[in-house]
Write a protein that binds this ligand. Sequence first.
Ligand code: FE2
Length: 268
Amino acid sequence: MEFVRIRQIKDIKLFKQSIYDGKVFILRNNIQIIDLNNYVLKKFKSFFKIDVDDFINNDRAKEINEVSLVSFQKNIKESKVLLKKFAVFLEHLKFNIDEILSDKITFRYSPKNNSKAKGLLKPAKAHRDTWASNIFHQINWWIPLQNVKENNSIYLIPKYFNKKVENTSKEWSFEKYKTSKNYPSTPFSNFKFKKSDTKSIDLEFGDVLIFSGNHIHGSLLSNTKRLNLETRTISNQDEYKFKIPKNIDSYTKVKKKNWFSNLKKEIY
Ligand SMILES: [Fe+2]
């Protein structure tokens, strides 16, 4: 299985089924995503008083501090404008937004290799989102805010989409994550995956990586800083309308539907 690059979605049913079967798509050069990205970058510039290109590429550019990063990240999470732009994007793709539940859109700052992680989202070890959410028709949307090389994006391990992997979902608790410092944001696996099974890809500003929440994935860090957006959605009826991934290795008991909210209600 490889990544499939597309410019548009021709058949939304086929597209969704392919996602639930484990296919990974890169929607290329999307005009709604470019608009959404530019909105976030403009906010970034006015919030931190730093030019984004400078921040990423110039080693002498000033660093952003933890407190202001967290406050910016909260700001993005609460942005109705951004959510509305995301809804417009989904509508263009022919998703039925009446039945879409969406997680909050999050802004992630990944530092260079060996630098201290900052902000709300720390680099993630190999995991399936389904180990935490227990929702098997979840779709992940990963949006770079700059051109990223394959060593500075995220990795997926498609070979294990339908293969059991030992993981910490038995002991992990969302409540503990919320209340304790340095507790992982998601269950993860300590399994030593083969390098050749780990796949990643170059992405450009305007591209979106779209994949099932059942895929094993994690963060890559390189010698370049990275900014990206990410979110997850569920189409409420899809668990009945499509053949969705089966639970093979998650011990999470509760379906975390309350992480998601009705997109239409949120924006109108
Ligand atoms: Fe994830």
